[in-house]
Design a protein. Structure first.
Lengths: 488, 218
């Protein structure tokens, strides 16, 4: 408990120290007008033409499905050779770059095409699958293996013990990832791909909140009904998934002609500064120095400050949210209250941070506040849900306290270590998302990357993406170390 | 066959000197936590490849059927392609062999054999663990309380099955009677040390020796 307390205090103090450095101003002094119009939109949503809505939903699902299938397969292959340091570094670096950044990169080569949409999700997800599958396989008991003859070939041993042991967990993780991919696919609309996010952004920008609300509701329905149209038990998965995959390939949009550069030219020319290509060493150093000190480091600082505030805000919100959905606090008689709590958490965790941030930016103006709010709400929804489930698995004595006593004496102390480790897991994600929210105009790394792409300064964009990937890798290993210390 | 000389393992096994010849039927007795499992593990490591091994945790793969869990005993007898094909659709030859084996173990070859083992009871799971070890078809059998969750009649049948099919058998048991009536040699272990090592006959006949057996559990 002591190390948990110290860690929490440290996070809190660092966050407080960050406040003066963060841009937390309210630029929009009269948010109420906008809010009122949004409220009206939510009450009276309107749906776009059915063909547009259906098209964008189908493309959103198609991108996600093809990408996850490919990534799960490639990830499994990589997981088999995850002992290799090269493979680990490769997986870490492809998952350290956000889907949207991958989208921006592939867009330069493949334009606004289906290839870009699928690859943008497939590449980072492959890295994530490789790591998770390798971890799941490693966690399995070695006893079944010990009863086999050591002379049996490795492939047979693998297919009879490790793989079937790990299978249920890998399937459920892949399911979870499919939901994540649906969110990522939606968000890819923000950089112009024809998914739901594209229409959502347009509707918001034009102030057509009724239509935006209609699109958001459609997205909810898509996620909430997933167990009927996708994880159904009526048709076995080995028929359903290939069937859907074929449909997904058919549904992919036609690719417009590409005016970008070829892959080779992009990799060998575009992403390197002129000075380096000309072989001018001192000019190259000067260029990188300028990019590092004048662009990257200030952006990095903004990203970290924002992420730190978002992390602590997430933690506080979780502690506030989780009891409302838990059986530990609202037993049978209060199932209505619990239902409300649960649905709210579902809504919070299924809306991508990006969409939250977009809405808050419209209301509050371009500062750090919308970003922190967006990150905190989405992540709090997710962690509260997991924590609520955890709190229900604990057995309480019949004479345990009630209400606030129960909260402070029984439940919270017991789930606190789990809470911290979940929060540390999300830390990496929060940092990656803080960087990406820059695309909306907040001065984190994403802002500079997005504008570099817009100015066709690929060299700078590439350099900044590498910096943000390095940031992720460092935070990932740091958070792993903190988690390990926490367990001791 | 098996030989330990002043063997030491952390604080679980203490100065163990032991020699077990091929053809011996040995039972290990003693309170739980006394070192039976550690001793079996040490013996298993000596020639893991010639042993039908039946650990206490069974080592079943939950999502595979009982049939596949037993078949795993002979993975080394076939090439990878054969094994993978059998994973997708059980092949005739092993199917026949394992059906026969499962009948001897009191498992229904029509039903129990095709269920994922996660859906089977503790006693059934234990018999499947034994089934895998039997299917290895080795000369030596090492087991850690293999019949602990079976009823006395079934336990006796399966013990006999194990003893008849293997030349050398070393089992950790917690039932004294089972040990005395089925085995030639009994080794008593407590607190990581060998307390006694004597023929079963002596333990039954000799009063002093029988006292040793009682002291084991005091």
């Amino acid at each position: 408990m002591n190390s948990s307390r110290n860690l929490s205090l440290a996070f809190l103090i660092v966050a407080l120290l960050c406040i003066p450095f963060a841009d937390l101003a309210f630029y929009q002094v009269e948010p109420w007008d906008e809010l009122a119009r949004m409220g009206q939109g939510i009450i009276q949503p309107s749906f776009p033409e059915l063909s547009i809505l259906a098209d964008s939903l189908i493309i959103t699902v198609a991108f996600a499905l093809i990408a996850v299938s490919g990534a799960a397969f490639l990830g499994l292959l990589l997981a088999l050779v995850f002992q290799s340091r090269m493979v680990r570094i490769f997986s870490a670096s492809i998952r350290a770059v956000h889907e949207l950044f991958w989208g921006l990169i592939f867009m330069q080569i493949y334009g606004l095409s289906a290839t870009t949409g699928v690859l943008a999700i497939l590449v980072p997800f492959t890295g994530i699958f490789a790591k998770m599958f390798a971890e799941i396989i490693e966690q399995q008991s070695t006893v079944p293996y010990s009863t086999l003859s050591t002379k049996a070939d490795r492939l047979s041993q693998y297919f009879y013990t490790k793989l079937p042991q790990a299978w249920p967990q890998m399937v459920s993780y892949t399911r979870y990832r499919f939901e994540c991919a649906l969110r990522s696919s939606t968000i890819l609309g923000f950089i112009g791909l024809p998914t739901l996010g594209f229409y959502l952004e347009t509707a918001f920008k034009q102030g057509q909140y009724d239509e935006a609300a209609g699109l958001l509701f459609s997205f909810f329905i898509l996620i909430a009904t997933i167990r009927w149209w996708f994880f159904t038990k009526i048709i076995p998965a080995y028929l359903l998934i290939p069937g859907y995959l074929v449909l997904a390939f058919i549904a992919l949009p036609d690719s417009p002609a590409v005016y970008g550069s070829s892959l080779v030219q992009f990799l060998t020319q575009d992403i390197w500064p002129k000075a380096l290509l000309n072989g001018d060493a001192s000019a190259s150093i000067a260029w990188y120095q300028h990019q590092l000190f004048d662009v990257a480091l200030p952006a990095l600082w903004d990203t970290l400050v924002l992420a730190q505030l978002a992390l602590v805000a997430t933690g506080l919100l979780v502690l506030l949210f989780y009891p409302w959905a838990s059986k530990a606090f609202f037993p049978k008689q209060f199932s209505f209250m619990r239902g409300v709590g649960r649905s709210s958490l579902l809504v919070l965790r299924s809306i991508p941070e990006m969409i939250f941030a977009f809405v808050f930016l419209l209301i509050l103006g371009p500062s750090g506040i919308p970003a922190v709010l967006a990150l905190a709400l989405h992540n709090a929804g997710l962690i509260s849900y997991l924590l609520m489930r955890h709190s229900e698995q604990i057995k309480y004595r019949a004479d345990a306290g009630k209400g606030i006593n129960h909260y402070f004496y029984e439940v919270t102390p017991r789930i606190y270590p789990h809470f911290l480790s979940l929060l540390l897991y999300r830390w990496e994600v929060i940092i990656r998302e803080s960087a990406i929210l820059g695309i909306l105009g907040i001065t984190t790394l994403g802002f500079y990357i997005d504008s570099a792409f817009e100015d066709i300064r690929y060299d700078r964009a590439f350099f900044l993406i590498v910096i943000s990937a390095l940031l992720n890798i460092v935070v990932d290993s740091f958070s792993r170390r903190v988690r390990r210390n926490l367990k001791r | 066959m098996f030989r330990l000389d002043h063997y030491q393992l952390d604080n679980r096994l203490n100065d163990i000197t032991l020699n077990i010849n091929s053809g011996e039927k040995v039972a290990l007795l003693g309170p739980s936590g006394g070192g039976k499992t550690s001793l079996l593990n040490a013996l298993h490591q000596q020639c893991a490849d010639q042993i039908a091994w039946c650990p206490q945790e069974h080592g079943l793969v939950e999502s595979l059927s009982a049939y596949h869990n037993m078949y795993m005993g002979q993975l080394d007898q076939h090439n990878a392609l054969y094994n993978l094909a059998n994973l997708i659709k059980p092949l005739a030859e092993p199917k026949q062999a394992i059906s026969e084996l499962s009948e001897l173990l009191g498992l229904d070859p029509q039903q129990d054999l095709w269920q994922p083992v996660s859906q089977l009871s503790g006693g059934q799971r234990q018999r499947i663990g034994i089934g895998r070890a039997l299917f290895r078809q080795q000369e030596n059998f090492l087991g850690d309380e293999p019949v602990s969750s079976l009823d006395p009649v079934q336990a006796q049948q399966i013990l006999e099955l194990i003893l008849n099919r293997h030349k050398t058998v070393i089992l950790a048991l917690h039932n004294r009677q089972q040990a005395l009536s089925n085995f030639d040699r009994i080794i008593g272990i407590k607190a990581g040390r060998i307390i006694f090592d004597s023929p079963a006959k002596e333990l039954i006949k000799n009063k002093y020796q029988a006292g040793l057996l009682d002291s084991l559990y005091e």
